[in-house]
Design a binder for this molecule. Structure first.
Ligand SMILES: Cc1cc2nc3c(=O)[nH]c(=O)nc-3n(C[C@H](O)[C@H](O)[C@H](O)COP(=O)(O)OP(=O)(O)OC[C@H]3O[C@@H](n4cnc5c(N)ncnc54)[C@H](O)[C@@H]3O)c2cc1C
Ligand SMILES: *[C@@H]1O[C@H](CO)[C@@H](O)[C@H](O)[C@H]1NC(C)=O
Ligand SMILES: *[C@@H]1O[C@H](CO)[C@@H](O)[C@H](O)[C@H]1NC(C)=O
Ligand SMILES: *[C@@H]1O[C@H](CO)[C@@H](O)[C@H](O)[C@H]1NC(C)=O
Length: 527
């Protein structure tokens, strides 16, 4: 167990002294009735329970802020803990949770640090259990699954998984961005490049080991705790800390190693023509194709007005892609590029590779995401004009964008809707509205960003019923929009909360129970 202090190599006695001095403030704030000295042996006891490679970090540690660093560091949606625990084993997670509970400290697990839900900022003066060193990666053959499964630690990042599998000639459904975790997307359903063939990220799950809110470890699968397994696949952030997943992986066939990509850039005046065509192309979009639009400023073309970047990925040769995309060429892009990559390189084509600036901390970022069935041309025109207005009136928000995600859906729709907590299998497109800036400490600007993000989202919904992807939910959406309008869905989720998380410890990411007074299951007020 390594305690990290500003000056390394302190003797244990001095370490504990510094620890107790720092910790006293925390303990006094949260449990004022306790005698401070009681907590020194407690901390010492915690350190003896954790494994030797686990780490504890306090705010005074120079590494505290860098370890906590996240995609969005805004006070609107970043947690502000008083203690960071970096477990390396499952029992470290259990001990961390029991420790937090016994001191009435709220806790939250994080892995890739890309979550943007505003409930995250409710975690104040508590414990962040940062899973980045939970990096188990094992392949095993499974007779039950008729092939290979991978055992993936709860803290692995997407690029670690995609690269690790690729080296073994394997692949699985995976988020697009290398620096996002495997777990975060998976627990909310999870969209990824191969979903057209195999279904959502969550659909690959065979089982998960879950540390519950009382520190107890359970397995969730079709055989054990089947109801929890159902909830984990779409509402997982609300139920526990997953120390590891066992997931189905697939062989990479020789003729499917390559992804042809084509990137078209269009000016705003082509919007109607382009998306009328895109609607037609969507009707027979092969399961091997993903279509993305990103509306944003491209400095080199126009520093003030957003452009339409339209990208098609085809899991196959360029000729096949060209056959599918030839009508887009006919519209006349102002810029066109193409290339061949493999699965681990796709994020770089999208400028969200693990080493790209887009993957680093971005200041304030607010993301929302809504599902729709088609490109509704009038709504898109309105949305585009609003984005232009926003960028013109508030230059600080220049890094904002709208991303229209047209993953193929065959594999997702092949899975019965009621078989998992993910409620939006029938939807065809996911629109992400991303509003952000890099100015620190300007709350007026933060509020502006918040307001614009809502305005863009409302325009993106258009005339559709509001349906929200939980991993893109900002926090003010209705529970039905996130978890499904069928009444049985929320009823079941609430019943499962009572069973598996009766004290509502997991409430800092798209919480199912809102307005709940500590530990009491009050009737939540629906928004
Ligand atoms: C650039 C970018 C690209 C994205 N691409 C995709 C994509 O391709 N597909 C997609 O589906 N989504 C995508 N997302 C959305 C993504 O699913 C969410 O941002 C998600 O919250 C990120 O998870 P994280 O672990 O990186 O973030 P964190 O902030 O570390 O975690 C978010 C929440 O997930 C929960 N959590 C994380 N790990 C665990 C665990 N092991 N056990 C229990 N709970 C856990 C916790 O509640 C935590 O608060 C993208 C987001 C960004 C910013
Ligand atoms: C934890 O992860 C960090 C960052 O990836 C790494 O530098 C460190 O060595 C890891 N520690 C352990 C004990 O694995
Ligand atoms: C960490 O960040 C906080 C909040 O931004 C700041 O107050 C503190 O001084 C920083 N700590 C260190 C050690 O840099
Ligand atoms: C905060 O940002 C707004 C909008 O850009 C700007 O008008 C204002 O001057 C900024 N305030 C401060 C204190 O910098």
């Amino acid at each position: 167990m390594a305690i990290r202090f500003p000056v390394p190599n302190q003797g244990l006695l001095l370490s504990l002294l510094i620890w107790s001095l720092t910790y006293t403030t925390l303990a006094t704030l949260s449990t004022p009735q306790h005698d401070d000295t009681l907590h020194i042996p407690d901390i010492h006891y915690l350190t003896t329970l954790l494994s030797p490679s686990a780490q504890l970090l306090l705010p005074t540690d120079p590494n505290f802020n860098t370890t906590l660093d996240r995609w969005s560091t805004s006070p609107l949606n970043a947690p502000r803990p008083s203690l960071l625990i970096l477990p390396t084993t499952e029992s470290d997670i259990s001990h961390a949770i029991r420790y937090a509970n016994s001191h009435d400290l709220p806790f939250l697990a994080t892995s890739g640090g890309h979550g943007m839900n505003e409930y995250l900022s409710d975690l104040q003066s508590g414990v962040v259990i940062h899973l980045r060193n939970m990096t188990k990666f094992e392949l095993a053959s499974s007779v039950d699954q008729g092939g290979t499964v991978a055992v993936l630690g709860g803290g692995l990042l997407s690029h670690q998984v995609v690269e690790g599998l690729w080296r073994e000639g394997k692949q699985t459904v995976m988020g697009m961005c290398g620096c996002v975790s495997y777990s975060g997307p998976a627990l909310g359903g999870g969209h990824g490049t191969l979903q057209g063939r195999y279904g959502l990220i969550a659909d690959q799950m065979v089982s998960a080991r879950v540390v519950l809110g009382n520190g107890r470890v359970v397995v969730a699968s079709e055989e054990e705790n089947k109801d929890l397994f159902w909830a984990l696949r779409g509402a997982g952030h609300n139920f526990g800390v997953v120390s590891e997943f066992t997931v189905r992986v697939h062989d990479v066939e020789e003729n499917r190693r390559n992804w042809a990509w084509e990137r078209f850039v269009f000016g705003r005046e082509r919007l109607e023509e382009l998306y009328t065509l895109a609607n037609e192309m969507m009707e027979d979009q092969p399961e091997l194709v993903n279509v993305f639009s990103s509306w944003r400023i491209l400095e080199e073309l126009d520093p003030t007005q957003p452009m339409i970047v339209f990208i098609v990925f085809y899991n196959g040769p360029m000729e096949a892609s060209r056959e599918y995309t030839h009508p887009i060429h006919d519209i006349g892009p102002v810029d066109y590029r193409s290339g061949i990559t493999e699965l681990p390189g796709i994020d770089e084509v999208l400028d969200i590779g693990a080493n790209e600036p887009q993957c680093q901390s971005q200041g304030t970022v607010l993301m929302r995401g809504v599902y729709v069935d088609r490109y509704e041309i009038d709504a898109l025109r309105h949305l585009f004009d609003l984005l232009s207005d926003m960028l013109a009136t508030e230059p600080a928000l220049a890094n904002s964008r709208c991303v229209l995600e047209g993953y193929s859906v065959q594999g997702v729709q092949a899975v019965p809707s009621d078989s998992t907590a993910f409620a939006h299998r029938d939807k065809k497109l996911l629109f992400a509205l991303i509003v952000g800036h890099r100015v620190v400490g300007n709350s007026t600007l933060d509020r502006d960003a918040e307001r614009w993000s809502k305005t863009l989202e409302t325009a993106a919904v258009g005339s559709a019923e509001r349906r929200v992807y939980v991993n893109y939910a900002l926090g003010d959406e209705s529970l039905q929009a996130i978890y499904g309008y069928e009444p049985w869905r929320l009823q079941r989720l609430r019943a499962l909360k009572r069973k598996y998380d009766p004290n509502n410890r997991f409430k800092f990411f798209a919480p199912i129970l809102r307005g709940v007074i500590d530990g009491i299951m009050a009737t939540e007020t629906q928004t």
